[in-house]
Design a protein around this ligand. Sequence first.
Ligand code: ATP
Ligand code: MG
Length: 298
Amino acid sequence: MRSFAVFTANKMSGQKLKIAIQKQGRLSDGSTALLKKCGIGFTNGFGKLKSEAQDFPLEIFFLRDDDIPDYVADGVADVVIVGENVLAESPQPVDVLEKLGFGRCRLSLAIPKGFDYATPADLAGKRIATSYPRILRDFFESRNVEADIHEISGSVEIAPSIGLADAVCDLVSSGSTLFSNGLREVETVMLSEAVMIARRGLDEGLQTILDRLLFRIRSVKAAAQNKYILLNAPANKAVEIASILPGMRSPTMMPLADEGWVSIHSVIGEADFWEVVDNLKQAGAEGILVLSIDQMIR
Ligand code: ATP
Ligand code: MG
């Protein structure tokens, strides 16, 4: 009740949480979509740097991703959405609150075809182009390899073909950019995804808004990782089928008009989805329907 009182108070005082997201790039759509799924509507027209949410005490700043860790450390923003790779390159005294499940990529070492590579030690003394010198330095230091790291701010993948470097360390998702530049991925330096981080020392009012935002984000994430399933089963198989489908507490069971049959409803995780469906069919389930879930509040 106390937090509700604080929330009502900050609604009246006009207090707003400031969030920074990437203005334009690979994290923009995911960040905007996540906030919209949380019921937070805002406009982010071309060239706009700031927007106010219509139905939640939130101000949204649209920034370049490299600047985001500094803004949260300086207190310009209270929370931000950024790639773990950017944060690892510019560490700040912030708290990582939640992994967000989008913007997945890896920071990888890649070499031109024809380079004879077995271990990172083969890169000793070689020139490696990257936009992530700090992460890469740590990688080589922990392996006692002395590499010659060249920091460049973009188009890293063309560095070997123009004679600027012998190898590169760059972000990869499908690997097609490396491939089309004649490079072969040989080592994963770091895995990354978008995370939400917050500055330390938020006051009680801002913390309450943040808790409400996180509650919504976690419900959206849980929903994305689960499916709602409905099926028909012979009544004499209902117990066996229920044991395959534990659900949030236990499955719902309802008699069908056709005597001797029941309808079973439950929630199943996306990870083991197909295995569960196979088991259900083997146990006698029929007419299986699977629906996506918008929000899931445990
Ligand atoms: P900005 O103009 O904001 O500085 P940028 O060009 O530095 O943008 P993007 O290429 O939009 O950045 O990537 C933003 C983030 O998306 C990366 O820091 C990383 O966390 C994530 N990402 C996911 N997949 C990839 C990929 N294949 N290549 C690059 N970044 C990726
Ligand atoms: Mg950038």
